[in-house]
Ligand binder design. Structure first.
Ligand code: FCB
Length: 803
């Protein structure tokens, strides 16, 4: 490891001299112009044009129109003070069919881009493969075909021949794990195939492509050669908070197995010339090892100068006997991927900056020869344009946290040479389309207007100072707004609270200061003026499928909350917050003082609204249970206890192979029911068998089909929702099973239809109406100065003929 000293000049947390600051993008995500300049089709053109593959059918046809606007984009980078820019070359622009003659117009495009960058004093970093495989090669087997690796080396030579005199740093393949596993293993990325064996073949050939192209680049005289990997520390939930925690033998084995799959499967062959033994064993069980030929590992193990690290979030797992393998991680039977209890981005990814310190220090310990560069780090949030600003404080805080984490790694001796944010521009986020915005520059996809977000302006200062302020950036305060506007704090507070006593002129001055500073009012601002509106917002933040809005019980719940509040003399406003806009409207409405409190119907664990509302200082009570990140009082029902009772009942009836159909994993209620099911089986020696549905009748039927295929001998099933249970019951009967003689079934919820099925359904009755009333009463009590407490109501098993 190279010892790098970090100076701590006065107020700044300084990075080493010459530290590289920049941003990254990828061709298909920003270029558009898919039919321009002789470009051939790629797998992502085909995939995104296949109905149902990407969110709302979005494609990269136009994207950020960077193909035509590259000169403006480079000017923008210069204005933001970027010192480096990592872009990717689209293979189908260089070789439209993936092999054979080179298309000069394609090379011309990248040559213009590189020349513009150099003229602006921005160092170009070229990535050769960021997932846009020429479709013609996919038609011949794509990355499952060994020949693709050789074609890639030819292509690398052609690009280097033209640009090698001006581009010093070359990255071969971006994130082979994602390309192989999401593309070939589970099919959520192009080309959309779903086979573990194919994913392992594809990863090996991607590694081979790295080795072959690195050799070609070296022979061509490339100055710096790099490989970019998505790396994640693999942690248990306990280790998240306490990195020193001693793990049980089972947990340690689970962590090691997942680490081998996601990290060492790529680090070890490229940097050590070998596959870790657990990876070979798993590969052997999924398609065999025939695709690994003598000499491959030597080819893959080319000397590299830099390792590019893409870090977003850690991987959190623990040992859980009976858990089926995660499809994205073949060979992970008996391991539960639990996710982290931490605030999340709009992607639902847990924000854990210390994970970056762990990745970097681990690399410098285990692979000390290679220099390190963060080639991607960033976050999607639901940005809002206010006039000509985007106050993306969450994103700035995200970068600030991760830069501090990177700095800590450097202080611990990691040879980290630079940091590139993902991404320069909002862009086509693969299967998520344009819905997830990762840019530090906002893009209006209708007009193609670029608007640097506050995080970009903040980043420019970081670059200028080659470091951060020692003190963490603070959110603007009420005092700061008052000082900027030249008025008293109470005037600001009155404006924010919508009081009519401030003149229009002062109101305009205050609002101007609020916008300029990106101020978000909190409870301090509100408490200066105590006033009651006698209004309560009843906010539904779940999409109807999660909330079960099709279910008549749901409207009964809304009616009960409303009645309870109205009887206490409150006016109730019903608001929907099932979109980013809706959430923002609710947040603003609450923050502006229009309501005394909020009852929020939410069961989505990653729902950003509970913590956002809590920050406004308005009392909130949740109907449902908050995700781990939000500390909000709630009224819930004992989902876990109900599920455990159902399993105990099945065991008491002599059932031994008890499967479960769970609801969506991102719903807190589903998580609790699944937890109860597992709890019920714990210590019985029976394993858990789980399928997932989305609470609808059809999904229950599908899940039941799957369970019967996976385990034809099962004798009971616990279904975490009555509509799904009814779907499952139909499938059981159609498949010739006698219920309950052959298979017993228990539902959850006790909807009216449950007593009318044949046979009638045993189910867990949840006191929905009582829960609704309780939420309303908790809020009223809190408004009267009482404590902000939570309540969990008991559930009850209703035994009918199906068990
Ligand atoms: C990485 C990809 C990049 C972008 C970010 C969010 O896995 O390399 O293209 O999609 O994730």
């Amino acid at each position: 490891m190279t010892a790098t000293t970090v100076s701590s000049r006065g107020e700044t947390l300084a990075f080493p001299p010459g530290f590289v600051w920049g941003a990254a993008t990828a061709a298909y995500q920003i270029e558009g112009g898919v039919r321009e300049g002789g470009r051939g089709p790629s797998v992502w053109d085909t995939f995104s044009h296949t109905p149902g593959r990407t969110a709302d059918g979005h494609t990269g046809d136009v994207a950020c129109d960077h193909y035509r606007r590259h000169a403006d984009d480079v000017r923008l980078m210069a204005e933001l003070g970027l010192r480096a820019y990592r872009f990717s070359v689209a293979w189908p622009r260089i070789q439209p069919d993936g092999s054979g003659p080179v298309n000069a117009a394609g090379l011309d495009f990248y040559e213009r881009l590189v020349d513009e960058l150099l003229a602006a004093d921005i160092t170009p970093y070229a990535t050769l493969y960021h997932w846009d495989l020429p479709q013609a090669l996919e038609d011949r087997g794509g990355w499952t075909d060994r020949d693709t690796a050789y074609r890639f080396a030819d292509y690398a030579r052609a690009v280097h021949d033209r640009l090698g005199d001006r581009v010093g740093t070359w990255m071969t393949v971006n994130e082979p794990w994602v390309a192989a596993v999401l593309g070939y293993g589970i099919g959520v990325h192009a080309p959309g195939r779903a086979s573990a064996a194919e994913a392992f073949r594809a990863s090996h050939h991607l590694l081979l492509a790295h080795g072959l192209s690195a050799r070609v680049l070296r022979e061509g005289g490339a100055r710096e050669i790099a490989l970019t990997l998505n790396l994640a520390p693999v942690l248990t939930p306990g280790r998240l908070n306490d990195p020193e925690l001693t793990l049980s033998e089972q947990d340690a084995e689970a962590v090691d197995r997942v680490d081998c799959l996601i990290n060492r499967q790529f680090l070890d062959p490229t940097l050590r010339g070998e596959y870790p033994a657990p990876v070979l064993a798993i590969m052997d069980r999924h398609g065999g090892l025939g695709h690994i030929r003598d000499g491959d590992l030597k080819t893959i193990n080319q000397p590299v100068d830099l390792l590019g690290i893409n870090y977003y979030t850690p991987c959190v797992v623990r040992s859980e006997p009976g858990e089926p393998a995660n499809a994205a991680y073949p060979g992970t039977e008996d391991i539960l991927f639990s996710g982290a209890h931490a605030p999340t981005t709009a992607m639902g990814w847990a924000i854990v900056p210390t994970g970056l310190t762990q990745v970097l220090t681990r690399l410098s310990r285990d692979y000390p020869e290679v220099g390190l560069l963060v080639t991607e780090n960033g976050a999607a949030f639901d940005d809002v344009v206010t006039g000509d600003r985007v106050h993306d404080t969450d994103r700035t805080a995200f970068f600030e946290g991760h830069l501090r984490a990177a700095h800590a790694a450097i202080e611990a001796g990691a040879d980290l040479r630079g940091f590139l944010v993902w991404s320069l521009l909002d862009n086509f986020e693969w299967a998520e389309g344009y819905h997830k915005r990762f840019g530090i520059v906002h893009v209006d996809f209708e007009t193609q207007r670029r608007l640097p977000k506050d995080s970009a302006l903040w980043y420019r200062e970081v670059i200028r100072h080659n470091g951060l302020h020692r003190e963490r950036a603070r959110r603007p305060t009420l005092e700061a707004v008052a000082a900027r506007a030249g008025v008293s704090r109470s005037t600001v507070s009155r404006v924010i609270n919508g009081e009519g006593t401030v003149s229009d002129e002062f109101r305009a001055i205050v609002m101007n200061a609020v916008n300029e500073l990106g101020y978000v009012p909190n409870s301090a601002a509100r408490s200066l003026v105590t006033r009651r509106t006698d209004s309560i917002a009843l906010v539904v933040s779940d999409p109807p499928t999660v909330a079960g809005a099709d279910d008549p019980a749901f409207s009964a719940v809304l009616r009960s909350v409303t009645r309870e509040l109205e009887e206490a003399g409150k006016r109730v406003t019903l608001m929907l917050a099932d979109s980013a806009d809706g959430r923002l409207r609710v947040e603003r409405y609450a923050a502006s003082g229009y309501v005394d409190g909020v009852v929020l119907v939410s069961s989505h664990g990653a729902d950003p609204l509970p913590p956002a509302l809590a920050r406004t200082g308005v009392p909130v009570v949740l109907l449902g249970r908050p995700g781990a990140a939000a500390h909000v009082p709630y009224a819930d029902v004992d989902d876990a206890g109900g599920a455990a009772a159902a399993v105990a009942h099945l065991l008491a009836r002599g059932r031994r192979r008890i499967a479960a159909i769970s609801g969506p994993p991102d719903s807190t209620a589903s998580q609790a029911r699944l937890g109860g099911y597992r709890e019920g089986l714990r210590d019985t020696g029976h394993r858990s068998i789980i399928a997932i549905g989305d609470l609808t009748l059809a999904s229950g039927a599908d899940a039941m089909h799957q369970l019967l295929r996976d385990d034809p001998a099962l004798d009971a099933v616990f279904v975490a929702g009555d509509p799904m249970a009814i779907g499952a019951l139909r499938v059981l009967i159609r498949s010739g099973r006698r219920v309950p003689e052959d298979v017993a079934i228990v539902g959850f919820g006790d909807i009216p239809a449950a007593s009318h099925t044949v046979p009638a359904l045993t189910t867990v009755c949840t006191p929905g109406v009582e829960q609704a009333r309780t939420a309303a009463r908790l809020l009223l009590r809190h408004l009267d100065g009482g404590p902000a407490s939570s309540v969990i109501l008991p559930t009850e098993l209703v035994i009918r003929e199906s068990t």
